[in-house]
Design a protein around this ligand. Structure first.
Ligand code: NAI
Length: 395
């Protein structure tokens, strides 16, 4: 099968197996180029391990510290005439590279919110690893079936209290328009907290603790975003922000749990806005990212997922002086994004962006090429005209 990108709105419905493996290979090379992490993690559970920040965390643990990794994700395999999702191919690419380097790497593809996948993960850790010393929680999901009630909660990206109007861009068509998003209902707020809040992270950590599968001093990290005022109504002060507040609540509980387990800790790392499958679905944010990339590339401070996670591990989690916390107890690797001069430059460009000057004023070209890379397209050394085998069993 010759596999080409087929973009439909904010998703690409095809993925290239060799391209995805090459993308993971680039991340591995970056981590290796930064050298070994002294006192890094040894045995790591990554929940949400197949794309974005979770995959970058897994690559950093494995190739920066020689860690054994168990990855949990929810990806769709190929079907007749249809490629698998990129996370499927990324995970195969990662696992092959890890095995070739002599590292333990296993995968569980299924619903991390379910009791079944938790039970399978616990059993795999018990049998293969004994205990884990790091748990990364990096799920981004549109829905969650609650394990106790069976209710299906759907998350929404909406403002709270009042409608929100701002600029947005159709990244595929390059059209800048004004979008108005109606405020969320009480039910939608509760549903978004149920999906993207901290309850499931706590369920994971409590289950691991009860089964005595956490090594003394084990740590756990989940990811959040704050961003500039222009996105607050839809992010920080919107439904997803409510869920992130709940994630912070969970971090405090899990931190107490881990402190009692040999002096471990849990915290939230606030990461940079980046092109991922999750962020491309948020209104307004892709336009912000396109401007941000332009400014940060010009300043030489641009980072992608892998640079962010390598810096989190080397400079904070396993840094010589340990993590540095902000006033709310969070680690900030969004520091370069949030610099005053960067945000002032974004704010200067934002009001003037139109469909006509989008290419000139923003890095929409960089956004698009990053987006296609998520699906394995545009990688150096890949022959996209060649026949490609889309059906690959998970390793
Ligand atoms: P992503 O869409 O690239 O990755 C999501 C991961 O979750 C994938 O591995 C997917 O398979 C897995 N997943 C989703 N539903 C699942 C389920 N039911 N069971 C098992 N696995 C499931 O997302 P991204 O952007 O890396 O987000 C990860 C975290 O980072 C989220 O908490 C997000 O809010 C946060 N974050 C993202 C930023 C961004 O700009 N992309 C910025 C700062 C934080």
């Amino acid at each position: 099968m010759i596999i080409k990108p087929k973009v439909r709105g904010f998703v690409c419905v095809t993925a290239h197996p060799a391209g995805c493996a090459a993308h993971v290979g680039e991340w591995i090379s970056h981590v290796k180029s930064k050298g070994t992490l002294p006192n890094g993690p040894r045995k790591v559970l990554v929940i949400g391990a197949s794309t974005g920040y979770g995959l970058a965390s897994r690559v950093t643990a494995a190739f920066g510290s020689g860690a054994a990794t168990l990855g949990i994700f929810y990806e769709r395999p190929s079907e007749e005439g249809r490629t698998a999702t990129p996370g499927w191919y990324n995970s195969i690419g990662f696992t092959r590279a890890a095995h070739a380097a002599g590292l333990y790497a296993k995968n569980l593809n299924g619903d991390a919110f379910s009791r079944e996948i938790k039970a399978q993960a616990l059993e795999t850790i018990r049998k293969d690893l004994g205990q884990v010393d790091l748990v990364i929680y990096s799920l981004a999901s549109p829905r969650r079936t609650h394990p106790a009630t069976g209710a299906v909660h759907k998350s929404v990206l909406k403002p709270i209290g009042a409608p929100y109007t701002n600029k947005t861009v159709d990244t595929d068509k390059g059209i800048v328009s004004t979008v108005t998003i109606e405020p969320a209902s009480e039910q939608e707020m509760a549903d978004t907290i149920a999906v993207m809040g901290g309850e499931d992270w706590e369920l994971w950590m409590n289950a691991l603790a009860e089964a005595k599968l956490l090594a003394p001093g084990a740590q756990s990290v989940a990811y959040s975003y704050i961003g500039p005022e222009v996105t607050w109504a839809i992010y920080k002060n919107g439904t997803i922000g409510l869920a992130k507040n709940d994630l912070e609540r969970a971090a405090r509980n899990i931190d107490s749990l881990l402190k009692l387990n040999g002096g471990g800790r849990a915290f939230i790392s606030v990461n940079k806005a980046l092109v991922t499958q999750a962020s491309s679905a948020i209104p307004v944010v892709p336009l912000y990212i396109s401007i941000l990339y332009k400014i940060m590339k010009a300043a030489g401070t641009h980072e992608g997922c892998i640079e962010q996670m390598q810096r989190l591990f080397a400079g904070q989690l396993y840094g010589a002086s340990g993590p540095r916390f902000d006033e709310a107890g969070r680690v900030r690797v969004d520091d370069l994004e949030m610099r005053g001069e960067v945000q002032a430059a974004v704010a200067g460009i934002w009001p003037g962006v139109t469909t006509e000057n989008l290419e000139a004023l923003t890095d929409i070209a960089g956004y698009r090429s990053e987006f296609l890379k998520l699906f394995g397209f545009g990688l150096k050394g890949i022959d996209y005209e060649a026949d490609s085998e889309p059906h690959m069993p998970m390793l």
